[in-house]
Design a protein around this ligand. Structure first.
Ligand code: NAP
Length: 250
């Protein structure tokens, strides 16, 4: 039975998940990096251990229900509790109009982004509900949940579904003392954005539309995750926290 809080972060091997894992560990928590990418996952575990933190890797494909159940049970069997779930695993789609989009790719984008969030909430919510009135779930959606796209239909729709699902989960888990909130990052500097932002003019065009005039760092998205996972946010549930440098305020 782990004495520290157990923080399970899907997609913890890279970008926002990695920054979040490092911050939780620096705050003295036990971090579980749940990622499909084993080498990235172990890299973050080693980074955290080198800084005298406490972390482990567990393999998962969040889109696969059996994989998620096995991951949740493995972590719970080892520690006896899971206190915080951060649903951060996600993938982008290739640029395509809705009418041209490959259906298999459409379904994979939904499976990792939305279905993965749903499955992890279901499995880990069940574990949290057996604990005594505690638990916080933070779903990483996107500012893309709030508006349409000329070329990224499936991604925007899946992030919109996470936004809406978060509110249903918040209502349904409230009586168990489990809070569920979503974070909506704007453009953030991570491996995720390297390909789309390396197209000619793509980075400049996006930055020109951000009132703060720059991309977010992964750490700037991780900070509000820590807030939503701690007692300072004890009355916050079903909320959507936009962290976008002012993009949606326009
Ligand atoms: P990232 O650097 O690509 O990290 C995502 C991690 O999730 C990677 O380690 C990835 O592994 C893993 N992953 C992918 N599919 C998975 C699966 N099926 N099961 C488990 N793990 C899986 O991306 P990021 O920028 O940190 O993004 C994190 C989240 O923030 C995503 O949900 C994204 O949609 C959201 N977000 C990002 C931005 C942004 O501008 N970066 C903006 C808004 C929202 P691989 O490396 O092997 O794919």
């Amino acid at each position: 039975m782990s004495q520290k809080r157990v923080i399970l972060i899907t997609g913890g091997g890279s970008g926002i998940g990695r920054a979040t894992a490092r911050k939780f560990s620096a705050a003295g928590e036990h971090v579980v990096i749940a990622d499909i990418n084993e080498s990235s996952g172990y890299r973050v575990v080693n980074e955290i251990k080198s800084a005298n933190g406490d972390a482990e890797y567990v393999s998962v494909d969040v889109a696969n229900d059996q994989s998620v159940v096995a991951m949740a049970n493995e972590v719970n069997d080892r520690h006896g509790h899971i206190d915080v779930l951060v649903n951060c695993a996600g993938i982008l789609q290739n640029i395509s109009k809705a009418e041209d989009m490959d259906l298999e790719e459409h379904d994979r984008v939904w499976a990792v982004n939305y279905r993965g969030t749903y499955l992890c909430c279901q499995s880990i919510g069940t574990i949290m509900s057996k604990q005594t009135q505690s638990g916080s779930i933070v779903n990483i959606s996107s500012m893309c949940a709030m508006f349409g796209s000329p070329t990224n239909t499936a991604y925007h729709a899946a992030k919109g579904a996470i936004r809406s699902f978060t509110k249903s989960a918040a209502i349904q888990y409230a009586h168990e003392g489990i809070r569920v909130n979503s974070i909506h990052p704007g453009y953030t500097e991570t491996p995720f954005t390297i390909a789309p932002f390396s197209l000619p003019g793509a980075l400049e065009s996006r930055v020109s539309k951000i009132p703060l005039g720059r991309l977010a760092s992964a750490e700037e998205i991780a900070n509000p995750v820590l807030y939503l996972a701690c007692e300072d946010s004890s009355y916050v549930t079903g909320a959507e926290l936009v962290v976008d440098g002012g993009f949606l305020a326009q």
